[in-house]
Design a protein around this ligand. Structure first.
Ligand code: HEM
Length: 411
């Protein structure tokens, strides 16, 4: 049975395509219509399905053997195939393969390792922030994304992995190419494919170097990680290092951009945060709820799924709509409003880091990075304002800015 998308009086037919730039400019009205009119929406032209209600997504994450990651997690044509795990490691796997690798990785990528990095993360953040603020003083403003938020998360990943200082600019250049999208293209551009190959080559060399000369870094810890005699082979290790870049770089950049942009739209909340640093944590969480960096996660259905009388068949491509669930008014009051004073218990329900067995492995690192950077901003400045029109980065699943010109007032 196909999804009912008959127009109600005065309404145009419901049409959702995540590659449509007009929808990316403001997807929330169409998300609201999908929750209301077609909670299991079918796009007939491109033959994909979308699950948009919070309760259905919550249930899906707790249902085994129905939603598979084996074809990858994006709609992009070249990424949707059975070899997804080669470039995205266990994010492109189901149990028991995913369980095995995630367990091995968790032996090295521990909360303790992340917590111990705090002083280094703070130093990396402050170095970039001071440069950006100095530029702002000299030129009357700077670009929060280009000059700060686009640089810092990748350098933190490099620090974590043990990428030598001398290589970090080049690794960041390759990582930047991975996230470039082209208008009208429903796939990764050639420059991104080339950069992926180079990044793989770089990580293979880094592994070889650490085998010869172990160091105090995550790459070495992963080489030594063992579970009852089981270890990761070189291909598995390289794929995981690549996953760290794909999953942890752009998402954190977008979080920092969305945080500043949204706070600047509500001057009273901005004044409150710059007067009281304890509001930074709810500022981060409300940003994650209001504008989740990863909006849509693709799955392949292994069985028929029926919601509100509509059935999506086994073998289909289904999108889990995180961005919509985080605006579901049955869970969040005044869901379309950005409000850092939102009830704490309600805020804790956002699902920006996913859920179930693929819950984000870097959530504590992402939160720590954001907390450090935004605290430094608040300590160094008494306010920030958006100085010129932000430029959106158009992507079928990642939500955020390519450019955000700002002006700051130093304390
Ligand atoms: C604001 C920042 C971030 C957001 C919004 C975010 C979001 C997500 C989401 C939604 C998933 C689930 C994907 C799925 O189920 O298909 C995920 C998985 C993952 N994330 Fe994050 N992430 C962020 C930062 C990071 C960082 C900093 C790292 C590490 C450096 C990281 C590493 C991972 C890994 C390894 C997975 C795969 C987990 C698995 O498949 O078992 N993420 N992330």
């Amino acid at each position: 049975m196909s999804t009912e998308t008959t127009p109600e009086a005065g309404r145009c037919p419901l049409n959702f395509d995540p590659y449509d730039h007009a929808i990316q400019d403001d997807p929330y009205p169409v998300y609201a219509r999908m929750r209301e009119e077609a909670p299991l929406y079918h796009n007939e032209e491109h033959d994909f399905w979308v699950m948009s209600r919070y309760a259905d997504i919550h249930k899906a994450w707790r249902t085994d053997d129905v939603y598979s990651n084996r074809m990858g997690v994006t709609l992009d044509a070249s990424a949707w195939n059975e070899n997804a795990h080669v470039v995205m490691s266990f994010l492109g796997m189901d149990p028991p393969e995913q369980t095995r690798l995630r367990k091995l990785v968790s032996r090295g990528f521990t909360p303790k390792r992340v917590a111990e990095m705090e002083p280094r993360i703070a130093a990396i953040s402050l170095e970039h922030l001071e440069q950006a603020l100095a530029q702002g003083e000299a030129e009357g403003g700077f670009d929060w994304i280009v000059d700060f938020a686009g640089k810092y998360p990748m350098d933190v990943i490099s620090e974590l992995l043990g990428v030598p200082q001398a290589d970090r600019d080049e690794v960041r250049r390759l990582a930047d190419l991975l996230v470039v999208r082209e208008h009208g293209l429903r796939d990764v551009p050639q420059a991104g494919m080339d950069a992926s190959m180079q990044m793989f080559g770089y990580f293979a060399d880094l592994l070889a170097a650490r085998k010869k000369a172990p160091a105090d870094d995550l790459v070495t810890a992963l080489l030594m990680a063992e579970d009852e005699g089981d270890r990761m082979n070189d291909g598995e290790l390289t794929a995981f290092l690549f996953l760290m870049v794909v999953a942890g770089n752009e998402t954190t950049t977008k979080l920092l951009g969305n945080a500043v942009r949204n706070l600047c739209t509500v001057p009273d909340q901005r004044a409150a945060v710059f007067a009281d640093a304890t509001l930074i944590a709810p500022w981060i969480e409300e940003t994650l709820r209001y504008e989740a960096s990863s909006q849509l996660l693709a799955r392949q259905t292994l069985q028929d799924v029926t919601i509100a009388g509509t059935t999506c068949p086994a073998g289909a491509q289904l999108l889990i709509n995180i961005g919509s669930a985080n605006h579901d008014h049955t869970v969040f009051s005044n869901a379309e409003e950005f409000d850092i004073r939102r009830d704490k218990a309600e805020l804790a329900k956002h699902i920006a880091f996913g859920g179930g067995r693929h819950f984000c492995l870097g959530a504590n690192l992402a939160r720590l990075e954001a907390q450090i950077a935004l605290r430094q901003l608040v300590e160094r400045c008494s306010s920030i304002e958006v100085a010129d029109a932000p430029v959106r980065m158009y992507s079928s699943n990642v939500r955020g800015y390519a450019s955000l010109p700002v002006r700051t007032t130093l304390r």
